[in-house]
Design a protein. Structure first.
Length: 107
């Protein structure tokens, strides 16, 4: 009979393979790609440069990505969009959790 930790490890394996990317439209994929390529964060002004003439669509899609917790925005004197840290570090995070759970299972 599997232990609770073994069940959690199996659950992690299942969750890790969930891929939301095919559910995104091309504009959303472009936004994520641009933010990723700039190191994980980008100002609204920088992002708008890539969407000249179609800024309304960019803003609508950014709001959808924020609602889905894929992007976060921060406002100081300028608005900055940041790719959700857990998505950027997903593989690393799953590996650490697996290691911790496996270590607890051996004890």
């Amino acid at each position: 009979m599997p232990t609770e930790i073994q069940k959690l490890l199996r659950f992690l394996d299942e969750v890790e393979v969930i891929n939301f990317y095919p559910l995104l439209n091309q504009t959303q994929k472009n936004i994520i790609s641009l933010v990723k390529s700039s190191g994980g964060s980008m100002t609204q002004a920088e992002l708008k440069k890539y969407f000249r003439g179609n800024e309304d669509a960019m803003i609508r899609n950014v709001k959808k990505l924020e609602k889905a917790h894929i992007l976060k925005s921060y406002r100081s004197s300028i608005k900055v969009f940041v790719l959700n840290y857990s998505l950027r570090k997903r593989r690393e995070t799953f590996d650490k959790v697996r290691h911790i759970l496996s270590s607890n299972n051996e004890a």
